[in-house]
Design a protein around this ligand. Structure first.
Ligand code: ATP
Length: 247
C-alpha cells in the first residue's frame, strides 16, 4: 500500500504496512497484529512521544546492560519486524548477545527470523533450533526455554514486548529484567526491574545513543545511577503521562 506522505497518520501507517508484510512473510505470531494494535492505542494516548520517565528508565537500562557480565537482548517476531537494524546496533553498543524467543515457537518462524538477522549482518543469533536450549528454574514449559549461553546464563536481560507469563518466569530466576512495553499496567511492566514505557521504535535507537554517552562514564557513577532508581515510582510517573491533555 502506498501511503501519501502528507497523510496525518503517515508514520503509523507505514509501520502498519511493515507489520502486514512481516506477517505475510511468516515472521509474526498469529496474535502479533493484535499486540501491535494495543501498542498503537497506548502510544496514541501518550502523544507518540518519549516521556521523561521513559528516558530515565532507559538510562538505568543501558547502565545495567553496560555493567552486566552476560547481557542478552531477547527478540521476537514483532521486535524483529520493527527494529532489526536498531537492535543489532544496540547489541553492539552494549556488547550484548541477541536471542530469539517466541511465544508461539515453530521451527519455520525461528529459521526465518535467524536468517533475517544473518542477512542484516548478524550471524550469531542465539535461541535457534541448533542451539542448546535449557529450562529456566527447571520449569518444563516452552515459555521457560532459554539458550544455555544466552538467557539461561545471563545476569541482565532486555525483553522488549514480552508476554506476562514469560516475564513472571524470568523474574523468578533472579536475573535483572528490563522491558520496553507501552502498557505501564501490563504484568510484564509490573514484574520487570526496569520498565521503559515507550514505543520500541523510538526506544532502541535512543538507548544506543545513551550507550555511547554512558560508556565514557565511570562504573561507580553508573552504579550510583542504578541504585538511586525506583521502578515502582517511575512506573507511576509513566502512568501519569497518559492523562489526556486538553488542547
Ligand atoms: P501482559 O501479559 O504482560 O499483562 P499483554 O497481554 O498486553 O500483557 P501481549 O499482548 O503479549 O501482553 O504483548 C503486547 C504488549 O506489547 C502490549 O502491552 C502492548 O502495549 C505492547 N506493545 C506492542 N507494540 C509495541 C511497541 N511497538 N512498542 C512498545 N510496546 C509495544
Amino acid at each position: 500500500m502506498k501511503v501519501p506522505k502528507n497523510h496525518p497518520r503517515y508514520e503509523s501507517l507505514v509501520i502498519r504496512d511493515k507489520m502486514v508484510k512481516a506477517n505475510e512473510e511468516g515472521i509474526l505470531a498469529p496474535s502479533a497484529l493484535i499486540a501491535h494494535g494495543r501498542g498503537e492505542a497506548f502510544d496514541y494516548l501518550l502523544g507518540e512521544k518519549t516521556t521523561l520517565p521513559a528516558k530515565r528508565a532507559m538510562y538505568i537500562a543501558v547502565a545495567s546492560l553496560l555493567l552486566a557480565e552476560n547481557p542478552v537482548i531477547s527478540v521476537n517476531g514483532n521486535t524483529t519486524a520493527l527494529v532489526i537494524n536498531d537492535i543489532i546496533k544496540l547489541a553492539k553498543a552494549v556488547d550484548a548477545k541477541i536471542e530469539i524467543n517466541l511465544f508461539y515457537r515453530t521451527p519455520e518462524r525461528v529459521k526465518k527470523i535467524a536468517e533475517l538477522y544473518e542477512e542484516h549482518g548478524y550471524p550469531n543469533v542465539l535461541g535457534t533450533d541448533d542451539d542448546e536450549l535449557k529450562y529456566l528454574k527447571n520449569i518444563e514449559n516452552p515459555r521457560a526455554s532459554a539458550s544455555k549461553n544466552g538467557i539461561y546464563d545471563a545476569d541482565v536481560v532486555l525483553v522488549p514486548l514480552e508476554d506476562g507469563d514469560r516475564a513472571e518466569i524470568l523474574e523468578k530466576t533472579g536475573k535483572k529484567i528490563i522491558t520496553i512495553d507501552l502498557n505501564p499496567l501490563s504484568r510484564t511492566s509490573i514484574k520487570s526491574e526496569v520498565s521503559i514505557v515507550d514505543n520500541i521504535i523510538r526506544a532502541i535507537p535512543l538507548m544506543t545513543q545513551i550507550a555511547e554517552d554512558l560508556k565514557e562514564q565511570d562504573e561507580e557513577l553508573l552504579t550510583e545511577l542504578i541504585e538511586s532508581y525506583n521502578n515502582k515510582e517511575n512506573l507511576k510517573d509513566s502512568l501519569e503521562e497518559f492523562k489526556i491533555k486538553e488542547e
